[in-house]
Design a protein around this ligand. Structure first.
Ligand code: CA
Length: 230
């Protein structure tokens, strides 16, 4: 899937995390200092960095700044126990793409890595019949008509379109979109899907691909607009 630089000096964390990332199909280079993280990043073959802020030598925040100064757009997920720095990373935008506070659940971090990989690798424009998703602008159209979606509706549609014709289970969707931080069960997801269907149908008037329900499992975006059961 992706080549990941895991910059974390705590072996109690980086060993199980590296194993989990590899199980998830990634290639992992474990580094335990900020300077090494920069060197490996400079080699230009990695797709993504998981970065602990508390690194010996060069601090994680300096690593981010330095990478961004060099013009690197490598997605970075920050991992830290320093909540004061989290405020900085998130609020002042030090240049990280996402963050996870310690302690974290490994599956949550894996989902975030997958989300960033997906974002990085997704083509600028996805077409499913008359449906056009412009991912850079987060814009959705059916033919020439724009569909106004909420951010979550958009995320659900993008995920389904990237898995065209495949059933995505409720659990998978919620894990990917809500990243393990949802509350209130799958009712929320049903609400977003029904809003999405309504808006697509209102705009598309039958030209739009349909989000099918696979009973007891989840949802699927149908390639053929006539095939869905709604
Ligand atoms: Ca550390």
């Amino acid at each position: 899937m992706a080549r990941v630089i895991l910059a974390e000096d705590d072996e109690a964390i980086n060993e199980p995390l590296a194993r989990a990332l590899r199980r998830d199909g990634h290639e992992v280079a474990v580094v335990s200092s900020g300077t090494t993280a920069l060197e490996v990043a400079a080699a230009g073959v990695a797709d993504l960095m998981v970065l602990d802020l508390g690194l010996p030598g060069m601090d994680g925040l300096e690593v981010i700044r330095s990478l961004r100064e060099q013009g690197s757009k490598m997605p970075i997920i920050v991992v830290t126990a320093r909540t004061s720095d989290l405020d900085f990373v998130v609020g002042l935008d030090a240049g990280a793409d996402d963050y996870v506070g310690k302690p974290f659940r490994i599956d949550v971090l894996l989902a975030r890595v997958r989300a960033l990989v997906r974002r990085g690798s997704s083509p600028a424009t996805i077409r499913v019949g008359e449906l056009i998703i412009e991912s850079a602008a987060r814009r959705v159209r059916v033919g020439d008509d724009e569909v106004n979606l909420t951010p979550k509706e958009y995320d659900v549609l993008l995920l389904l379109s990237q898995n065209l014709g495949k059933v995505m289970s409720r659990e998978q969707i919620m894990k990917e979109i809500w990243r393990g931080e949802w509350f209130g069960g799958s009712k929320t997801l049903d609400m977003h899907v029904s809003g999405l269907r309504r808006k697509l149908a209102e705009t598309g008037g039958g030209r739009e691909p349909v989000i099918g329900t696979v009973r007891g499992v989840g949802f699927r975006l149908e390639e053929d607009s006539a095939a869905g059961s709604g």
